[in-house]
Structure formats: structure tokens, C-alpha cells
Design a protein around this ligand. Structure first.
Ligand SMILES: O=C1O[C@@H](CO)[C@H](O)[C@H]1O
Length: 285
């Protein structure tokens, strides 16, 4: 049985072109998110309402906290590091014409799993790469179209992954930094939109934002759909738990490609008390 909710609040009434990658940073008590096509990294402090916006030199697919402070950025031409004092250096520069960074996630071992895609979404033109703080980079998947949601089960033994146009949420066995035995976990049917970003909660359930689906879905660890949260925007892009108790679900949204006006498209939405998230590791580097 699926339960449908439509409770939500507007955390930040932004007009992001392509809001993505919500990430709670417990070190600062802020939610980090990006506007990919506007080359901006946003932060939002729910306790005070304070917001910051930082311009990046290139389109930025994701921004994640680093141990010791600062950010790791999945940019157009590769992965870069922003130091706590604001300095920037490349960790892994790998420019490919027509390709950009997209979603990324930090694994339980502190490595960054960074996805790419082509601007024209050429089938198989993207990648998923594992990076460590010493700059080592291993291409894990090299036939991806739109590398998107990536997350791990509470025990770290499963990795969930989305290549959006496949309409699948896949699952891998995960150990020692390696993802093997890829198989389908769930599939989004044709009229429900496309799976985009994902997060895993403390019960091991997988929450998936549905691009063109106007909703976030929750799947049980067995891959059964058990909750649908309807949203007032057609293009939610990603979701993550945040707040001091990790119980508020933050949802990024997009305006890009919309023809009809949607007053909340591009805003950062929040669903208070939607569930209980997992602490997300910072990038060890
Ligand atoms: O995350 C993303 O989803 C796509 C649309 O499928 C969007 O362009 C990309 O950043």
C-alpha cells in the first residue's frame, strides 16, 4: 500500500535553473546545494534562515563537505577542492568537450563517487568515478548516460545508483570501495517521470526524486514502493535529510526546460519530519 502526502514548505524561494545535490553539513549546521547551470553553490541555515551563494568558475554538479572544512566540487572539467580559506585547486582534472559533472556522493570510506554526463545526454557518454583524497581516480562505470543518485545502505554493504534514462534504480554489493553484482532494485514506470537523485534513510529505505514526476518516492529495502510525496513542482531533482536530527527532507528543484510557469520551480523545498536520515560522511581529502 502506498501512502500519499503533499506536506511541504519552501525553505528557500530561489529561482534556480537546475537545483541539485542537497547535502546536510553537520559541521556548519547548514544545507549545501548547487544550481548546476548557474554555477552557484548555495548554503542554507535552517536555524537562522541565513543563506550564502558562491559563484564557481564552471558548472557545478555537486558540492560536498570535506573533513577539516571546505568543499569538494564536481565541476565541468573535473573535481576540485575549496579550502576553508576559500582557496581552490584541482584534485582531478579531466576535461572532455561536451561533458560536465553531475551528481556525486561520499561513500562510507570517505571516497567521492562523482558522476558525469554529456550536455546533450548522449547515451553512454558519461561516467562514474571513485576519487580519494590523494587524487587517485578509478572509473567505475564508463557507459553512463546521466549519472545521478548514489547512496549506501546503513550497513554500507549495498550501493544504490541511478542512471536516469534507464528508469531504473540499481543496487550493487559494496565492500572495500568496490561495487559489484549490479542488479535492478526498482523501476519507475513510463508515466511517473524519471528517477533523478536519491538518499537512503536510517531504516535502509531509498528515497528517489522523480524528474517530470512531481514527487519523491520511498522504496523499502526490498524495493517495494511504500510512500509517495507529491510536490508542487514538476522537476524535483534530488533529496536529502537535514536539520539537527536529520528528520527534515530537503528537495532541490529545477526550472530548466519548463515551458509553463511554476512559481516554486527552482526553490529548495523541505518536508518537515518526513523521516530519519543517515549521517553523511565528509570527503576524506
Ligand atoms: O540531474 C540531472 O537530471 C538531468 C535530467 O535528467 C539534469 O539535466 C541533470 O543535471
Amino acid at each position: 500500500m502506498t501512502t500519499t502526502y503533499d506536506v511541504h514548505e519552501v525553505a528557500v524561494p530561489a529561482r534556480a535553473e537546475l537545483g541539485e545535490g542537497p547535502t546536510w553539513d553537520p559541521a556548519t549546521g547548514r544545507l549545501i546545494w548547487v544550481d548546476i547551470l548557474s554555477s552557484r553553490v548555495h548554503t542554507y541555515d535552517p536555524a537562522s534562515g541565513a543563506r550564502t551563494v558562491r559563484r564557481t568558475e564552471q558548472h557545478v554538479g555537486a558540492a560536498k563537505p570535506r573533513t577539516g572544512g571546505g568543499l569538494v566540487l564536481n565541476l565541468r572539467d573535473g573535481v576540485g577542492l575549496v579550502d576553508p580559506d576559500g582557496g581552490f585547486r584541482w584534485l582531478h582534472r579531466d576535461p572532455v568537450p561536451g561533458r560536465r559533472g553531475n551528481d556525486a556522493a561520499v561513500a562510507p570510506d570517505g571516497s567521492l563517487w562523482a558522476g558525469t554526463m554529456r550536455y546533450d545526454e548522449t547515451p553512454g557518454g558519461g561516467t562514474l568515478t571513485r576519487l580519494t583524497g590523494d587524487g587517485a581516480a578509478e572509473t567505475v562505470l564508463d557507459d553512463v548516460t546521466v549519472s545521478n543518485g548514489t547512496g549506501w545502505s546503513p550497513d554500507g554493504r549495498l550501493m544504490y545508483y541511478i542512471d536516469t534514462p534507464t528508469r531504473r534504480i540499481d543496487v550493487f554489493d559494496f565492500a572495500d570501495g568496490r561495487a559489484v553484482n549490479r542488479r535492478q532494485f526498482a523501476r519507475v514506470e513510463e508515466d511517473a517521470g524519471f528517477p533523478d537523485g536519491l538518499t537512503v534513510d536510517a531504516e535502509g529505505c531509498v528515497w528517489v526524486a522523480l524528474w517530470d514526476g512531481g514527487a519523491v518516492r520511498r522504496y523499502t529495502p526490498a524495493g517495494e514502493l511504500d510512500r509517495v510525496l507529491t510536490l508542487p513542482v514538476p522537476r524535483p531533482t534530488a533529496c536529502a535529510f537535514g536539520g539537527p536530527t536529520l528528520t527534515d527532507l530537503y528537495v532541490t528543484t529545477a526550472r530548466t526546460g519548463l515551458t509553463a510557469p511554476h512559481p516554486l520551480a527552482g526553490s529548495l523545498l523541505v518536508l518537515p519530519g518526513a523521516g530519519r536520515g543517515l549521517p553523511q560522511p565528509a570527503f576524506a581529502g
